[in-house]
Design a protein around this ligand. Structure first.
Ligand code: R5P
Length: 297
């Protein structure tokens, strides 16, 4: 078994390698002057089961292209099996055709990886689990729910006074998994797009949150808008305090500032996306999925 890291999340790859008691393989990833990527595997991997770790967060196009080129390099170097570990599967939010003449990018990515020569894909908390069906090769869809639930169990935040809240209808089964782990009831935010809402922008809630501690659980936090508006809505409905947790800390633009200025008590995320270049605020806590990925490998 061989394990490589591309450029998107080397710290996580190193942690996974440590969990597995192995060294990361050597691959030279460089670019031509115009930004085109070239990859050279610097050791023989002939006949080996090879894994590489690459999230496809921003810059998604570059990181996705790195993955595709790596698959080709491994194939041409006669790897026995090419296992692509994508802790954060970007382009997943377009997983169906909601409007006429719209692309389904989650499927485009699945096609690119498969055509390039991937034998198996290991990913985590995709925007919708059905994306697994976009692949004709084996896929493993890992969940961070237990890891995130443990964060709250360790802080004795569970039981009757806690409600798990799905920030939109699409995330209900994900939130239910967390609710079961914490033995807590479920509430759902009826999220509507801004243009359909009156100003000031607010969401409706299905479920009882009055006098409760609310834990919002989402697949990802991008701009921070969803959890921030959800938090205000829950507090207005009588929630005592609101926590947010999500698997993927996409954190575009000034998301960290937005979260910092929100009424959220804590934002718990994982390290499927490398945040080492961003300055986090004390509100945001990051926990590692390395053990989950190492177990899957
Ligand atoms: C939406 O369908 C996703 O599950 C997230 O709720 C959303 O993408 C979060 O984005 P933002 O943080 O920009 O509101």
């Amino acid at each position: 078994l061989r394990l490589f890291s591309l450029n998107s999340n080397r710290p996580l790859a190193e942690e996974v390698a440590k969990e597995l008691g192995m060294e990361l393989g050597k691959a030279d990833i460089t670019t031509f002057e115009d930004g085109e990527i070239r990859i050279n595997i610097e050791e023989s991997i002939r006949g080996d089961d090879v894994y590489f770790i690459q999230s496809t967060n921003h810059p998604s196009n570059d990181y996705l292209m790195e993955a595709v080129i790596m698959i080709d390099a491994l194939r041409r170097a006669s790897a026995r099996k090419i296992n692509v570990v994508i802790p954060y599967y970007g382009y997943a939010r377009k997983d169906s055709k909601e409007r006429p003449r719209e692309a389904i990018t989650a499927k485009v990515v699945a096609n690119m990886l498969t055509v390039a020569g991937a034998d198996r894909v290991v990913t985590m908390e995709m925007h919708s689990p059905q994306i697994q069906g976009f692949f004709d090769i084996p896929t493993d869809h890992l969940s961070a729910a237990a890891l995130l639930a443990n964060y709250f169990i360790d802080r004795e935040l569970f039981g009757e006074e806690v409600v798990i809240v799905s920030p939109d209808h699409a995330g209900v089964s994900r939130a239910r998994e967390m609710a079961e782990l914490l033995n807590a009831p479920l509430a759902i935010i009826d999220k509507r797009e801004e243009e359909e809402q009156d100003i000031p922008h607010k969401y409706n809630i299905v479920g009882d949150v009055e006098g409760k501690i609310c834990i919002l659980y989402d697949d990802l936090i991008d701009t921070g808008k969803t959890v921030t508006i959800a938090c205000d809505t829950l507090l207005e409905a009588g929630a005592v305090e609101v926590y947010a947790c999500a698997t993927h800390a996409v954190f575009s633009h000034n998301a960290i500032e937005v979260l910092d200025q929100s009424a959220l008590k804590k934002v718990v995320v994982t390290n499927t996306i490398d945040l080492s270049q961003k300055s986090l605020c004390p509100l945001v806590e990051q926990i590692s999925v390395a053990i989950i990925i190492a177990d899957a490998i």
